[in-house]
Design a protein around this ligand. Sequence first.
Ligand SMILES: [Zn+2]
Length: 453
Amino acid sequence: MSTLLLNHADVVITMDTTRREIKDGAVWIRDGVIEAVGSSAELAMYAAKADEVINMTGRIVLPGLINTHHHMYQSLTRTIPGAQDAELFAWLQRLYPIWAGLTPEMIKVSTLTAMSELILSGCTTSSDHLYIYPNGCRLDDSIEAAYQIGMRFHACRGSMSVGESQGGLPPDHLVEAEDFILKDTQRLIERWHNPERHAMLRIAVAPCSPFSVSRDLMRESAVLARSYHVSLHTHLAENDNDIAYSRAKFGMTPAEYADSLGWVGEDVWHAHCVKLDHAGIALFARTGTGIAHCPCSNMRLASGIAPIPALREAGVAVGLGVDGSASNDGAHMLGEARQAMLLARVGHGQSAMNARQALEMATLGGARVLGRDDIGALAIGMSADVVAFRSDTLAMAGAAVHDPVAALVFCAPQQVDLSVINGKVVVRDGHLTTVELPVLIEQHNHFARQLMI
Ligand SMILES: [Zn+2]
């Protein structure tokens, strides 16, 4: 049994049902679960019996952020010349041949790198969509990294089965046989998936996109996922070319295509949906289908501005995703919340999104999208995923004194001072406790160079 008291925070942003923001706040944690949230005075009785008390003076405390879409292996191929200024399809065609050189060790190291970056930017739960498996790579390589660093993880078994010769986008040598994909997905669910509350690891079934897998694989993936009660994830309606491909190949909009394959429901979340039309928004709202909104990636690839205010207005579950590191080269979860707010304003006007709504998407929104009711808020019975940012930094000067909650989103993003995941301190005084960052960066850069030879 282990207990932890965080007390005297400048403010605790709870994201609970009444959205309490508690000044001089405290959080009491026992065995990875939150047992009390309130003012430091209210929780004073716990100080004497806590295994550890951390003084949060000068800190803003909030629920760990939740990243709903990523491709962590892409950390090895950030800023590749030739892929810096391309739109989605050309960008993929530049990168596929490079990714063909990935090895299991590269998957593990790049996942550790991506997770380090996410954790230091306030994220405590992440999904990852791995859809490329050359040279013996397995999703297990990513899962080992999550265990090592101590991050709550939704590992998505991605796949590609339709190569260029069949009218798909990826080169033929990078696609897998559909029978094997389904068998391996089943193996992963049986080996790793934990359906229980406070689970540190869940598996999702995740064919890469309509332009890289067949209708049959989409359909059979949905049947497999539902027989095990695991979630479904893919990319949808990302840009105009994506829409054109869907109309030309399937004679349907992406939303109609998803609907026709059973790819809607509370157990499904789609990345991007930049080009989701009115009928698609209504379909997603009606069926409880979720969306991973990735504003930086959408800007980087000039995909467009997702209709987030209309989606939220319709009641669609919307979470945030940094997306793969090769289309958002600076994956920063709090930064993503900031960009979500700014991009919503560019696309839909000044009142399209405020700072608290952006934080809500990054916490409660992400939890809903991933199908979880045990993360995203600091409240009794929730998993103890808690982060703290300092309020006395240069970036926060003149801001946190007025409105520390809004300042987190409005001011330039920075790194966390503390991160507690599942009750364990993973970042202390701004430093990761579970990996040697300089060693990891050196290994990562070695592999990044090797991949380009
Ligand atoms: Zn993606």
